[in-house]
Each structure stands twice: as C-alpha cells, then as structure tokens.
Design a protein around this ligand. Structure first.
Ligand code: UGA
Length: 503
C-alpha cells in the first residue's frame, strides 16, 4: 500500500480526544483504521458481537484490499479497539463517527431507524462535549433531526438525573454537543486507498469547534477541504452519487444507439471523455451499476426531491435505464444462443464490481436468475463473491455449480458471460478457454476484450455498444510538442501532427 501523508506511524495523536466509529461495515471499518493510522485512538463499535469477535481475531468480515494488514497493525499498536459495547464507546469518546446502515423502505425512502437509535444512545451517554459526525449517506436535514433527537432525549436524561441526584451539582444541564456531516466517498475495493488519498473532504459544520476538530483529523491528508453547513454537505454526497449514476446510465443509453447505428461506444466515451468538462471516469458502458450505494441513494435522492415537490423524473429515468440493462443483456444472450433452455452457461463475475465480495444489487446475479428462469444451467465463478452468492443461491446439482476458476467454469459450456470487470478476467488464456468450451461463444457485459482480438482467437464475441464487425481499428494518437519550442517556432507540419486524431 502507498505510504500515507501525515501518518504518525502508530504514535498517539492526542491524549484527550478519543474517536469512536459506530458501525464496523464497509465504511466504518476502513474509516476507523485509517484514523488509527493517522495516530488517533479509535474505538470501533458495533452492536453485532460476531462482527467484533471476528475483528478481534484479526479478520475483516468482508473482503476489502489492504484492510487486514491495517487491522493487524492497529490491534497491535492499541490505537484500534473493537467493542460490542456501543454505549461505553460513546461515553468514552469525544468525536463520534456514525457509520451505521441506512437501508431503504419499499417506497425508496431512507430508513433512519439506526441513525435515530444512535442519537438516543448519544443522549443517554452525553457526559461532556461531543461532536457527532454523520458519515452514513443520509437525506438532507438528517443532521438537524439528529441534533433535535439528542437534545430531546438528553433533556429527559438530565431531568431524571436531577430528580435522583444527591448533590445535584450538574444535574439538569445538557452538556454542549455539535452535529456535523462528513460524507464518505469511499469506493468498495479501494476504500483504504480512497481514505488516504481523497480527492476532497467535505465537512458540514455549524460551529468553529466542530470545524477545528474535523480539520485536525483530515489536515495530514493534504487535499482540498470543502466547508459548508450540514444540510449542504449531506446534499453533496447524494448529488455526487446521483451524478455518477447518471454518467453511467447516459453512456449506457449511448451504447444502445451505438449498437443500432454501428458505432463503438468505447471510442465515443474516449472521444468525449478527453474533454475535461466531461472527464473519462464512469463512462464504461455495460450491464449497469449495482451495489449498496448507487441504486439505493438514487432512489432516496429522488424520493427526497419529490417529497419537496421537485420534479426528479431525470433521476427516475437514470434508474429505469439501469434496470433495463438486464433485459437488454438477456436479449443479447437469446439472440446469440437462440434457445436458452437446456444450455450450460459459464458466468464469470458475481460481485457488483471488482475487488469486493459484495453482491448486493449485483447486476450479475439478476442475470443469473434470469438464465435459471429460462431453463439454463449455470457454472459460476468469482474471485471473492462466491461465499456470499452461495448463501443467496445455493449449489444445485445439474443447475447451479460454483467453480474453482474461470477455466473450470468454462468447461463444457455453450457460452461464457463476462459480468464483473475483475482484472483476472481481462487476462484470460483465451486459447485455453476456447478449447474448454463446447461452443466458443463469449458475451461480454463489461467490454473487457477487443472484438478483433476475440475474432482472431476464434470466438463468436458479443459486447456492449460495439457489436459491429471490425473494419478499421480505432486508436488515439498522442503527439507531444517539443518541450522548449514556442508556438511561433512550430512548423505547419508540427501543428498538423498535433491536431491529428485518427479514428
Ligand atoms: C460509490 C461511489 O463511487 C463512492 O464515491 C461512494 O462513496 C460510495 O458509492 C458510497 O456511497 O458509499 P461503490 O458503490 O463502492 O462507490 O462503487 P463504484 O466504483 O462507484 O461502482 C458502482 C457501480 O457502477 C458498479 O456496479 C460498477 O460496475 C458500475 N460502473 C462504474 C459502471 O457500470 N460503469 C462505470 O463506468 C463505472
């Protein structure tokens, strides 16, 4: 892992300020360990005793690159202390990062029960100044509700304490506290890297004290810090996820047009992405976005807007385009196989994205379900996602088989489907795959291969938004002007060369 700016290498950052991270999930655990690595004393609290027991055995309950070495390092340094006693963690700390789940109700509204529970726990353990920081993705104005809830219940606690207090010195008073929003932008599979090398930190605060405390934590990371009020900060997170999802659905729509008119969506993405106003990221066409964040956050954002009378049909369409990717891919499968019933199909990739074992809302699983509904049998492989997938879709003789490698999965099949963009799948031994399959047919839902290369390797190959015969290979030619020549010194030939982009 890359070295980290500002790491105190296991030395304590402050004798007084202890941090508690509440919720040891995909966001909480990397955040807690990252802050421990910056030298803070961090309590990692989770009400699930099994999660804590696993952490104490130096294991993460989910797969995330670079996480376990950091866990080992800071269990040893003592800077990270896991506990199932959430009340105690709150009582013992000054800064509380709230990283609990915000699942979704059927209507798309975020279910904030866990956030409210934390607010009530804070109220009953408010034994001095505390800064409560929302990291979970929550709808705008949640911070205001957290503040109101803590005040409400802390006043009840204080009144009760006053009734029973013997000397009554501080009884009846609610200690001062702040609520801030500090959304996370961690991508699964890169969470540790993202923690130490953020593009920006967003902090929504309404007091200098809150701002100073958060700045003290993040200053060593040396990145732009956007300081705003809590509601704006909450909205920044939703807007970021909604915008990135929109980019994906947009390129997927373009991909369908490319397919219809005989263009290549990967070249279109390059061609537009080089414009810095557009950018190249999140323009990979395919079977759509999944995971615990984009689909849920998009619905929650649209719900929030509509609740306030805002027309969010654009966000609804982004979601519809994404949902339709599965049908569209299945049409491709039917077109290629003619009859799906009775076919044996290899599926490479089950996780919603590479470098994670997370299968929540994974498009690959929806495709597997559709294949099974249509009477195919599947041979599945994913480098990390299979244990989770097996819990949802158990092995079934003659219908569902989990395999030890991509090659085992390909054996005796009528088609291979590439559904998650794992690096391993970009570098398959194509000759071996070809020889193992009954019919060398590959349908690539993530555009991992070059159609010309697949044609040469003897495959019938279908991909997304570039299903036209290869005629003339596209490329981008980069010409760099000589370092020290001024514009006036350039010959017209040089200028022409710099302009040349061959497609
Ligand atoms: C996303 C955001 O990228 C993070 O910034 C944010 O912190 C996180 O949600 C969150 O809210 O917690 P994540 O869901 O881990 O992170 O994964 P992404 O890398 O964003 O990918 C999401 C999905 O989009 C995956 O299914 C991926 O395959 C798909 N995708 C991504 C595409 O289909 N095309 C692309 O060009 C990029």
């Amino acid at each position: 892992m890359a070295s980290r700016a500002g790491s105190l290498n296991g030395k304590k950052n402050s004798e007084k300020t202890k941090i508690a991270v509440l919720g040891m999930g995909h966001v909480g655990l990397p955040t807690a360990l990252g802050m421990a690595d910056l030298g803070w004393e961090v309590i990692g609290a989770d009400s699930n005793p099994q999660t804590i027991a696993t952490l104490k055995q130096v294991k993460s309950w989910f797969y995330e690159p670079d996480l376990e070495p950091l866990l080992e390092k800071h269990l040893k340094s003592g800077l990270f202390q896991p506990t199932a006693n959430v009340d105690q963690a709150i009582a013992d700390s000054t800064i509380l990062f709230v990283c609990v789940g915000t699942p979704q109700g059927d209507d798309g509204k975020a279910d904030l029960t866990q956030i409210e529970n934390i607010a009530r726990m804070v109220a009953r353990n408010l034994n001095g100044y505390k800064l409560i920081v929302e990291k979970s993705t929550v709808p705008a104005i949640t911070a205001q509700w957290v503040k109101k809830t803590i005040t409400r219940y802390a006043q009840i606690e204080a009144r009760n304490a006053a009734k029973t207090a013997k000397n009554g010195k501080h009884a009846g008073e609610v200690p001062h506290f702040d609520v801030a929003s500090n959304p996370e932008f961690l991508q699964e599979g890169r969470a540790v890297e993202n923690f130490f090398h953020p593009d920006r930190i967003v902090m929504g605060v309404d007091s200098d004290r809150a701002r100073e405390l958060l700045e003290a934590i993040y200053r060593p990371l040396n990145c732009p810090i956007v300081v705003t009020n809590p509601t704006t900060s909450e909205l920044i997170k939703h807007t970021a996820n909604a915008f990135l999802s929109t980019k994906i659905s947009f390129i997927n729509m373009v991909s369908d047009i490319c397919e219809a008119v005989g263009a290549d969506v990967t070249n279109v993405a390059q061609g537009i992405g080089l414009d810095p106003r557009i950018g190249t990221g999140f323009l990979s066409a395919g079977i759509g976005f999944g995971g615990y964040c984009f689909p849920k956050d998009l619905r929650a954002f649209a719900y929030l807007g509509e609740e306030h009378g805002v027309d969010c049909s654009m966000l609804r369409e982004v979601e519809r385009i994404n949902t339709r990717r599965i049908d569209l891919f299945m049409k491709k499968v039917r077109r290629a196989l003619w009859v799906v019933q009775g076919k044996t199909i290899a599926v490479l990739g089950l996780a919603f994205k590479p470098r994670t074992d997370d299968i929540r809302e994974a498009p690959a699983l929806r495709i597997v379900e559709a294949l099974l509904r249509e009477g195919a049998s599947v041979r599945l492989y994913d480098p990390e996602g299979m244990p989770n997938a097996k819990r949802m879709l158990p092995e079934e003789t003659g219908r569902v088989a989990y395999c030890a490698s991509a090659y085992e999965a390909a054996e005796g099949t009528n088609a291979v489907l590439l559904l998650t963009e794992w690096a391993d799948f970009r570098n398959l031994d194509l000759e071996r795959v070809h020889d193992l399959m009954d019919v060398p047919l590959m349908i690539d839902g993530r555009n991992l291969y070059d159609p010309a290369q697949m044609q040469r390797a003897g495959f019938e190959y279908h991909s997304m938004g570039r299903d036209t015969p290869v005629q003339f290979p596209a490329s981008i030619v980069k010409h760099h002007p000589p370092a020290k020549r001024s514009a006036a010194q350039k010959t017209s030939k040089t200028r022409k060369r710099e302009r040349a982009v061959v497609g």
